[in-house]
Design a protein around this ligand. Sequence first.
Ligand code: FE
Length: 165
Amino acid sequence: MAQIPFHSKSPDQVDDLVIETLPKDERLWVPQALNVWFRPLMFNTVTGEWVNLLRVKKSGMLNRHLHPAPVYGYVIKGSWRYLEHDWIAKEGSFVYEPPGEIHTLVVDEDVPEMITMFHVFGALIYMDENGNQTSYDNVHTKIDLARKHFESSGLGADFVNQFIR
Ligand code: FE
């Protein structure tokens, strides 16, 4: 059997990724909605999942959406809740959202800023109050948004590539 050299990297192995999550450079935050930004950490185009930081300031909110696949979250700063649930995710909380979950994320007025890392699989299907789809997000729409923002903010469209595997 062939010996695997210590610290070897397989030729078909993708590059690892180490990112300082809370840098000072404001251009790294991609505007998503009023008072809502995301900071890409990793886009996985093979499995359709992505990891990002979500930042919400001043009682911003994320429109009602359905997750057909799971979401994992970890609250880094502040707190938030879903209109559809009676719990509050606080700093240090771990959150698991099962497939089929429909919710509206809100940050209350007494919270100046919240930052949460979300690991999202599949998609967010945005819907109106009647349950009709209005739009969606998946790993490709997120890459697209980030690419456009990095281009217009001066970092360059290719800046997004470092997050893509
Ligand atoms: Fe969600």
